[in-house]
Design a protein around this ligand. Structure first.
Ligand code: BJW
Ligand code: ZN
Length: 247
């Protein structure tokens, strides 16, 4: 399953960066966005994940986020999340960059996490910016309000919105200084996150994708390991430990 080239690069690596997407949480029971069982099969992204959509129909948008929050609260990290938490202890410089908003990497014990698209379990007031970790809305058909009277929205990054700039800069820096970069469980169509594997490759990293399917990026990377992250990652960590790689 693992090429000699990859194991050799990983044994020598000081700096490793990982980009994760919705596929990493699929084995925890969180639906991906695109693909056969993807969330966007039922809902169009532009109808739900943009400021325009929220302004047009805040009740519908909150129903979708409330539904997902309730699912996410009941989920637990899977062996893929756990293996990534283990990897943090193996390399002196390790960055976990995630597009996921479910908080499962933190629940698995990862500490150095760069959340590019925010956190679905946090809400933010559109008027005063106050954040809350109350699960919203308490009833269907409601739009939660802040104490100031402003509308609360999920603290995530919607289409057309800027990503948090300090986190994005740290992500590009980590990608560019990495010796090995992994793109795991992402369709790699949403930018700027999808530019990270390319930036890593251009800066000289060995770039590896882990996904049950090839993606638009596969041809531009060093290798694609076809498989589920919850199966591939624990085997990779075991293989590294067998090869004598320890922090
Ligand atoms: C498994 C598996 C298993 C399944 N194991 N794998 C450059 C070019 C073109 C467009 C743009 C560009 N720059 C910016 C844009 C516009 C836009 C964009 O990228 N559009 C494209 C879609 C065309 N980007 C933006 O608007 C971003 N903002 C921005 O750039 O601001 C600057 C700016 C502003 C204004 C004008 C100009 C510039 C913001 C993007 C925000 C994305 N937000 C979302 C919603 C978050 C909140 C929520 O959760 O509701 O983030 S969209 C959604 O997609 C979510 C995800 O994080 C993101 C990525 O999806 P991901 O993780 O890749 O999931 P999937 O479902 O696509 O893929 C899952 C994969 O897993 C599949 O490959 C499966 O095979 C695999 N898999 N089982 C491993 N067991
Ligand atoms: Zn407020």
């Amino acid at each position: 399953m693992f090429s000699d080239r990859l194991i050799k690069r990983m044994k020598k690596a000081r700096s490793v960066a990982v980009l994760t997407g919705a596929g990493v949480s699929q084995e925890s029971g969180v639906a991906t966005f695109r693909g056969e069982d993807g969330l966007w099969k039922k809902f169009k992204p532009e109808e739900l994940a943009s400021v325009e959509a929220f302004v047009k129909n805040p009740v519908l948008v909150w129903e979708w986020y409330g539904y997902r929050q309730k699912i996410i609260l009941k989920t637990d990290p899977n062996p893929g999340h756990m293996a990534l938490a283990d990897m943090e202890g193996i390399f002196p410089d390790f960055a976990l960059i995630t597009q996921n908003v479910d908080g499962l990497h933190r629940k698995a014990g990862s500490q150095k996490i760069l959340e590019l698209h925010g956190n679905i379990l946090v809400s933010r007031c559109m008027s005063c910016g106050t954040k809350s970790d109350r699960i919203e809305p308490e009833e269907d058909g409601m739009v939660p309000r802040c104490a100031c009277g402003g509308r609360m929205r999920p603290d995530v990054v919607w289409f057309g919105e800027m990503l948090p700039q300090d986190i994005l800069s740290q992500a590009f820096e980590a990608a560019e200084r990495s010796d090995v970069f992994f793109s795991i469980g992402t369709s790699a169509v949403v930018h700027p996150a999808a530019s990270l594997p390319v930036a890593a490759k251009e800066a000289g990293a060995y770039v590896v994708e882990i996904n049950p399917e090839r993606t638009v990026l596969s041809g531009a990377l060093d290798e694609t390991i076809i498989g589920k992250s919850g199966e591939v990652l624990p085997r990779l960590v075991s293989r590294l430990r067998e090869s004598g790689k320890e922090a």
